[in-house]
Design a protein around this ligand. Sequence first.
Ligand SMILES: Nc1ncnc2c1ncn2[C@@H]1O[C@H](COP(=O)(O)OP(=O)(O)OP(=O)(O)O)[C@@H](O)[C@H]1O
Ligand SMILES: Nc1ncnc2c1ncn2[C@@H]1O[C@H](COP(=O)(O)OP(=O)(O)OP(=O)(O)O)[C@@H](O)[C@H]1O
Ligand SMILES: [Mg+2]
Ligand SMILES: [Mg+2]
Lengths: 227, 227
Amino acid sequence: MIKLEDVTKSYRNGKETMDVLKNINLEIRQGDFVAIMGPSGSGKSTLMNIIGCLDRPTSGAYYFEGKDISSLDDQELAKIRNKKIGFVFQQFHLLPRLSALKNVELPMIYAGIGKKQRDELAKQALIKVGLGDRIQHMPNELSGGQKQRVAIARAIVNNPKLILADEPTGALDTKTSEAIMEQFTMLNKEGTTIIVVTHEHEVAQFAKRTIVVRDGEILQEDLGRGS
Amino acid sequence: MIKLEDVTKSYRNGKETMDVLKNINLEIRQGDFVAIMGPSGSGKSTLMNIIGCLDRPTSGAYYFEGKDISSLDDQELAKIRNKKIGFVFQQFHLLPRLSALKNVELPMIYAGIGKKQRDELAKQALIKVGLGDRIQHMPNELSGGQKQRVAIARAIVNNPKLILADEPTGALDTKTSEAIMEQFTMLNKEGTTIIVVTHEHEVAQFAKRTIVVRDGEILQEDLGRGS
Ligand SMILES: Nc1ncnc2c1ncn2[C@@H]1O[C@H](COP(=O)(O)OP(=O)(O)OP(=O)(O)O)[C@@H](O)[C@H]1O
Ligand SMILES: Nc1ncnc2c1ncn2[C@@H]1O[C@H](COP(=O)(O)OP(=O)(O)OP(=O)(O)O)[C@@H](O)[C@H]1O
Ligand SMILES: [Mg+2]
Ligand SMILES: [Mg+2]
């Protein structure tokens, strides 16, 4: 489903060039459940943004479902993102002037789903993440962990083929974290491909394989638990 | 240094009233190192905002260094915050158009410190949190954990009497987290009072006492390791 071939990502800052991802080779199949770990600043979010078609490599190739994404224009990339990918951002990116419910409805508006059904599905997604009693709250009336859970609900509500979750439990206590990871496990059992960036081993345990990133390179793969 | 007496905090949403903090009684001495744990949405950040003079209780009294803060106007509260308190926010709140260095300099500008000295102290603080090579980067050129560390550097640079850190290691890998908590331990040994909200037990271990919050109440105190 996902194939990165010699992918690099660099930023230029005046005369300096910063190589953030260096020769990444990675293959992820439909139905995989992958955890990505690594030090702060090692390139995990940058890697997730490329996988999620939010960013393009500086060099190398990225094939999503067999299509070379460098051959697609921005509109086609946006279409893939809306239809196939649910993204939980490290900084949530909720729209501040929309309630939790309306934030979760957004991906369904793009997918052309009718109002009545959107309302119902958004409500269900918020209940799944434990926010059934916060549906009408605005983001600034929510705690850090509640905002994170709205971002998670928004990512899963459209039933996407691929979920990319960048530190989805960073702001959550242990009990709430486990509940979220159990939701992801259920979705994975139903066939959703899941990639989770995390710095917590207890969270990585839920995945079937763990990839370690350091200084922009994939350091090792832990296939210990089998695929 | 800090005394909360029957503090409550409620929000009104049309007809509904939400009691977020209920009868909080808490005393923290100069030189204490306290961890606050509890489920997402339980009131930890709300409690920190009241302790940090960023918010006022709905009822009850808050004494900071013996002064009843309800007797102080907003300007006096701002003065206390700038001179005595360093705050690491759960959502960082960096100014997006200032570099890491300039973000860290902000508290010193308010304190009237000269440019040459500000530059040097800000640089030192960023080196302490492992960002010596990111000094000129803008927030959108930094990873999640790097932004968090800029927020930490900004909180410690003015050598405040009280540091309030709301999930300061939420976006950091284990190794970087430990380095940050060791910085806090050193500051505490030099006399700084530190209160850390965290959902990770490994982080709470660095504190001398742990307070558990649930549904807006202080559930229990763990004085197991002595004060
Ligand atoms: N303006 C508001 N109106 C209504 N409710 C609010 C408002 N601000 C916060 N709340 C509620 O107050 C409760 C406590 O929020 P707080 O941010 O203190 O939680 P927290 O313990 O820090 O959670 P987390 O661990 O998720 O950061 C939450 O349930 C939140 O929905
Ligand atoms: N626009 C940019 N210009 C220069 N450097 C950048 C830019 N954007 C990101 N970086 C650098 O890229 C590196 C990787 O960033 P990334 O966000 O992928 O790290 P990360 O592994 O997700 O870290 P964290 O665990 O802290 O979230 C960082 O060192 C960061 O400073
Ligand atoms: Mg990141
Ligand atoms: Mg909070």
